[in-house]
Design a protein around this ligand. Structure first.
Ligand SMILES: *Cc1c(COP(=O)(O)O)cnc(C)c1O
Length: 363
């Protein structure tokens, strides 16, 4: 038996997503205990302390299955953002949702469009279901929406837009998004991935979920992994028309979101002060880091996220390795076709100072 003759065509050449190096791995390798991870865009402040308390309260009940419909979390999201709970789909991280969408709408006869330098998971899920991925050249590191529209083919079923985008941090205004949607064929599903939306300078009044009423082909996804600080719990959601949500919920595993994550997300959503503090620190430190990178001679791509990608002046791998040896984990961007850039997550003030200190010593 040859497994490779049996495996689905799309899976055969699939290279798995490469996550940032875990802190524990680096600490073990270097024999140190104070490594700093600025590689996966996590919230450096940690989870909401209220969420942590709530989760510890329910640990004793974890012999029970979670609520497969995630009703309580859906009610919290629905109330907070004024959306009907039938529009919601809960994912084991928003990556789970990205996969539901690919599995629900794409087959080997279809194509899907995404931007160059956009989130690496899009081409992976497209390939995994055997569909054709169409990558559209970016415009100044941002999505070229006009180009993406022109790339639409007869068999195009799905378009991915990350806003803000990872790893470039670029942001499309609500007006640009809406103008793109308004003259796009309604038979093409658009995933607007807002994993970093909370960090952007726009807020929910500027782009609210009512857009899905006007555009039934639109799905908006959000994550609790970034600003809400719950990456380890794996929880995210999407807002779409009830009809789309119904299909996404059909491909969803019955207990995809675990009980601890459900409670953590509910409580995190109500902890406005932790979110506010997280966003404030991010904004202040972003300005500081941008200025400091510039002073060190590294040009940054302006970012609306909790990370900054900077041009390493041809030294990306050397800097990456040298920082690793100093106990600082950042991210190379070769898979994003940005081999000259490094991406750093905006950390706590003391972490950023260490990063800059090491960087200036190496540079
Ligand atoms: C981090 C990230 C996600 C999803 O993260 P989850 O942890 O699965 O919610 C989605 N989109 C982009 C662009 C991201 O960077």
């Amino acid at each position: 038996m040859k497994v490779k003759d049996l495996v689905n065509k799309g899976i055969l050449d699939l290279s798995p997503y490469k996550p940032g190096k875990p802190i524990e791995d680096l600490e073990r390798e270097l024999g140190i205990r104070n490594a700093i991870k600025l590689a996966s865009n996590e919230n450096p402040l940690g989870p909401s302390p209220l969420a942590v308390d709530a989760v510890s309260e329910i640990l004793k009940g974890t012999h029970r299955y979670p609520d497969g419909n995630a009703l309580r979390l859906k009610e919290c999201i629905g109330k907070k953002f004024s959306v009907d709970i039938n529009c919601l789909t809960i994912g084991n991280g928003s990556n789970d949702i990205i996969e539901f969408i690919a599995r629900s709408f794409l087959s080997d006869k279809d194509s899907a469009i995404y931007s160059e330098h956009a989130f690496a998971v899009y081409p992976l899920v497209i390939q995994a279901v055997g569909a054709e991925g169409i990558e559209v050249t970016a415009k100044e590191y941002s999505h070229d929406l006009e180009g993406m529209k022109q790339a639409v083919k007869e068999n195009t079923k799905l378009i991915f837009i990350a806003n803000p985008n990872n790893p470039t941090g670029t942001f499309l205004s609500p007006i640009e998004i809406e103008s793109f949607l308004s003259d796009l064929d309604r038979n093409i599903i658009v995933l607007l991935d807002q994993a970093y939306f909370d960090y952007s300078s726009y807020n929910n009044e500027d782009i609210n979920f009512d857009l899905i009423k006007k555009y039934p082909n639109l799905i908006i996804s959000r994550s609790f992994s970034k600003a809400y600080g719950l990456a380890g719990f794996r929880i995210g959601y999407s807002v779409s028309s009830p009809e789309v949500a119904d299909f996404l919920n059909r491909v969803r595993q019955p207990f995809n979101a675990n009980s601890l994550a459900l409670v953590a997300a509910e409580v995190a959503l109500s902890d406005d002060s932790h979110l506010k503090k997280s966003l404030e620190i991010n904004l202040e430190q972003k300005k500081f880091l941008m200025k400091s990178f510039k002073e060190l001679g590294y040009e940054c791509i302006p970012s609306e996220g909790n990370f900054i990608s900077f041009n390493s002046n041809g030294e990306a791998l050397n800097l990456f390795e040298a920082l690793l040896n100093e106990g600082v984990i950042v991210r190379t961007l070769g898979v994003y076709k940005m081999p000259n850039h490094l991406r750093v997550t905006i950390g706590l003030p003391e972490e950023n100072l260490i990063l800059l200190d090491k960087l200036s010593a190496i540079s």
